[in-house]
Design a protein around this ligand. Structure first.
Ligand SMILES: [Zn+2]
Length: 116
């Protein structure tokens, strides 16, 4: 599946996102700030793996969210396991962040078939 297709699928299952013309408009999973992206190209947002692939996270929709490129980058830089070891980040804090994002994704969950 191409990245824009995947992003469309994530947006369709996230209640904060609505389609406006050729764009999806909703909220960043990480900072909850306004986020919009082009439904055709995916430009404007990035796919966030809540449990990182390096920590065994998969591609199921409940492990995926949409985030600002900067938020996604910041989470990866500060929190991904391999990097965190180097930076001596607090693993408990990282686990708490992942828990929070998983809970937020579940809270926003919208069944894929629902029309808005
Ligand atoms: Zn953000």
């Amino acid at each position: 599946m191409s990245t824009p297709d995947l992003m469309n699928e994530i947006a369709a299952t996230d209640r904060t996102f609505q389609q406006e013309g050729g764009e999806w408009v909703g909220k960043c999973l990480i900072c909850s700030g306004p986020l919009r992206f082009d439904a055709h190209t995916g430009e404007g947002a990035t796919v966030e793996h809540i449990v990182p692939r390096t920590a065994g996270g998969g591609n199921d929709l409940l492990n995926l969210g949409l985030a600002h490129p900067a938020c996604n980058w910041e989470k990866g830089r500060n929190w991904d396991r391999r990097q965190a070891r180097r930076r001596r980040a607090d693993p408990a804090k990282y686990a708490a962040l992942v828990e929070r994002l998983l809970a937020e994704r579940l809270r926003r969950w919208r069944p894929p078939s629902a029309e808005c």
